[in-house]
Design a protein around this ligand. Sequence first.
Ligand code: PHE
Ligand code: ZN
Length: 886
Amino acid sequence: MRLEDYQPYSFELESTDLTFDIRADHTDVESTTSFRRKNDEQNELELDGIDLELLSIAIDNRPLTSNEYSVDSTKLSIVDLPERFKLTIQTRIYPQANTALEGLYRSGDLYCTQCEAEGFRKITYYPDRPDVQSKFTTTLVADSGQFGVMLANGNLIRDEITSDNRRRVTWVDPFNKPSYLFALVAGNLAVLEDNFTTLSGRNIALRIYSEPHNIDACTHAMESLKRAMAWDESAFGREYDLDTFMIVAVEDFNMGAMENKGLNIFNTSCVLASPSTATDAAYLRVEGVVAHEYFHNWSGNRVTCRDWFQLSLKEGFTVFRDSEFSAAMNSRNVKRIQDVDVLRTAQFAEDASPLAHPVRPTSYIEISNFYTTTIYEKGAEVVRMLSTMLGQDNFRSATDLYFDRHDGGAATTEDFVVAMEDVSGVNLDRFRNWYSQAGTPVIEVEESRINDLITLHLKQSCPPSPNQPSKSTFHIPISIGLISIDGQDALGQAGAANGFDIHVHTDLNFENPNADGTLAFHFDCEETTITISGVPPKSVVSFLRGFSAPVNVTFPRSNTDLLHLATLDTDGFVRWDAAQKILGSTITTPASDTQFAKALLQKLSRSAVSAADDGETKALLASAMTLPSTLYVLDQNPGRDVIELDGGRDRLLSEMGIALEDSWEEIVNQNISDSPYHADGISIARRSLSHLAMDYLGAGLEKRGPGTAWDLYYDLYRRCDNLTDRLFAFSRLLRLEASLAEKKSVVIQDFHDRFNASALVTDKWFSVQAGCKVSGTLPRIVELATHPEFDLQNPNRARALLSTFATVNHREFHRSDGKSYTFLADQILKLDSLNPQLASRVCIPLTRWQRFDSGRQERMKDSLERIQRDCQSKDLREVTQKSLVA
Ligand code: PHE
Ligand code: ZN
C-alpha cells in the first residue's frame, strides 16, 4: 500500500444495518448498507472481505446470481450499479476458531470484536477503510438466557425475546463512524455503574463490565475515567457526546485497549487493579490507558484518519493528551522522565533499526506492523514540540480549530499542521520533516569559554534510514538554561531576579525568556552559534531542558559539570539525564574510575535520606539513582558485548552497594511502610526508593557473601501486603546464588499458589522467571513453554514468557551459542499459525540485531532467515524481509 496511491472512495454510505445471529458453532451476519454513487464515471463497487463464507447477496432485495459479482480471497466487486441502492449480504463466520483475535472472536465464553485496523472485513464484505463512514444499527440475536449482557455501539433501543425463544437486542449509534470503530460484546459479565455530569450539564451513564470475579478490581478504572472526562473538558474543551460510555474487560486481546465508539474494549491488564493483583506501574497504566481510549472519542473518533498512513494523527496526538493528563494527575517531572526513558530506549532503537519509518509512513505491507513506538511515542513528541513552539494558548486555539474544522470527517497529519500554522502564524515548513523523515536527529554541541563569554556551537544531522539516505534540516525547539555555582537560574527573567545580567546573542529566533530561566530557540538551520556574555564563573549550561525535542545530543562535557547539573539543575529532566550520563559512562568503561559515580550517588542518597516526605522529590531521586538500562547503554555503544555491559552494570551496583551501605540502609528503613497499600504519589515514590536502595544493598551483600541477601528480600516477600513489593522481592530472590535452588523453588511455588485465581498475577509468575537473568536458565524457560498454564493463544501469557525473555533477560537470551534465538524463532513460527499480529510483535527483539557484536548479529540473522523462510503470514514476512535488508 502506498500513500501516493490514495483515492477517495466512489460511494457514500447512508446507513449500515447489521444483524448477528450467534449460534454455538457459527455466527451468521447479515449486513444491509445503503450506497450512493458519488460520480457517474466510477461505477464499480469494491468491498473488502477475508475468510468469509458468502451465503447470499442482493441488491434492493433482488438476489444476485454468481455472474453478477466477482469475489476473490480479499475482495468482492459488483459493476453496473444504479445511483442509489441497498446492498444486503449474508456471511457465515466462525468466532470460536478465530485465534488471530481480529474480527469477531471468542475469549473464553465471551464474544467480542476487534476491528482496527482491518478486522471488520473478517465480519462481512464492506468498504473497510477509515474515510468511509456511516451510521450503524446493530442487532444481536442469541438463545435467550445464553448471555446476560449483549452490547454494541451507541444506545440500546430494543431488547426482546422472540417467539422462538431467542433474545434480540438492537443498538443504534447516531454518529457516523468508520468500520474500524465498530464493536459488539456478548457474555455473562458483571457491571460496575457510575455516572458523570458534563460541563453543559448532561448526565452520562458509565459502565465497566468484567467477569464477575473481577468486578471489585474495576473501581480504579472508573475513578480514572471520571478524572479523564473532567480533564478533557478543562484542558481541551472536549465534552462526551453519547448518553452512555462503556468499557468491557477481556482476557484475550492483542493490544492494550480499543476506542470503539461508546464501547471501549480493554485488555484486562489495562482495567483491573487491586493491591494484591496489580503493581504501582499497573495502577498508573490503567489510569493512562483508560484516559487514552476515552480521549480518542475526539482525537480519533469525532475526527478520524483519512487513511492508515495518518495513524499518528490520532495515536501521536492521543498519547500526547494522555501523557499531559497523567502529568496533571501525578507529577509532571516524573511522567516526563518516564516518557523520555521509554522513547530513548524503545523508539530510538527502532529509529536506528532497519524497521525505521517516518511518523507518517509512505508505504506498508501489513498495517498491523505499524502500531509502533514511532507512530505512538515519537508522534506524541512531535505534537509536544508544536505545543512548546506555539505556547499553551495558541496550541489550545489550534486544537480547537482542528476539531471544529474536521469534526465528523477524516483528516491528515497535514490538516493538523495547517491548523497550527493558521492560528499561530509560525512557518512550519521545516517542521514538517518530522512527519516525513525517519531517524533520530543528532545535535552536536561544542562549548568554549573565554572569561565571561560562553560560545555554543550547534550542528544538526540525521543518520540515514531505509530509503532515506540523506535528510533535510529539521526545525528543532531547543530549551536552554544556565545554572550558577550555587544552583540559581541565571538566564532570562529568573536570572535577572536572581541578580544576574547576562546577554544572549544568536541568529535564531527565540521565545522571550520565561520566568523559570529557560530560553526556547527555533533551531531550523544546519549549524549555528549562540554566545552568552556576562557569565559568572563556574556556571553550567543546561541543555535541552524538558527534553524539548526527540534528539540525540552529543555534548562533550566534564564530569564536574554533569555532577553540577545532576544535583542542582532546576529542570527535572536535565538533572536525571546528567546523572544517567555519569552512571552510563562508568558502566561502559571497564575498570573505570568510579569516583564520580560514587560522588553522585553519595549526594543523591544523602538528599534522599534528608528529603521531605514528598512524592515528587522522592520519585525523582529514585529515577536519578537508577542505573541506565543495559540496552540503552548498548545503543550508545553499538557493537559492544551485551553481557559484558550487563556485568559492568551489576558490578557498579554491588560496588556502590558496599561503598554507600549506610545510606541505602537508612533509605530502606525510612521508606518501607507497614501501613496498608495505597497507590498514591508518595506511597509509590517510597516504594520505588526503597526498592532501589534494596537493589544496591542486596548487590553489595551478595558480593561479600553469595546468598546473604536472601533474608533482606525474603523478609519483604513475606510481610508485604501488595503485588508491587512482592513482585520485586520475588524477582530479586530468584536472581540469587544457585545454591539456594531449593529455597527458590519453595518461593516459586508459593507465589504461584497465592494468587492462582488471577490470570494477571500468573502472567507475572511467568514473566519474573522469564526475566530472571541468571545464566543457564534457558532449560527452565523451555519447560515453562510447555507448562499446563502456558498458552500461546493468550497474548498476555505469550508476551509474559516470550517477550520478557527476549527483552529483559540479556544474560540468557543473548547466550553466545544462539540457542535462545532458536527457541524464540520456534515459538514465533508456532504463534504465526495462530495469531500473526502477535507473532510479528514477539519477533521485534530479533530485528534489533545491528546493535550487537558480530557473532550475535549472525546468529540473530540466522533465526530471522529461518522465520522468513517458514512463516505463513504477511505480518512476519514484512518484518523479517525488512529487517534482513540492511
Ligand atoms: N487504537 C488502539 C489504541 O488506542 C490500539 C489498537 C490498535 C488496539 C489495533 C487494537 C488493535 O491505541
Ligand atoms: Zn490509541
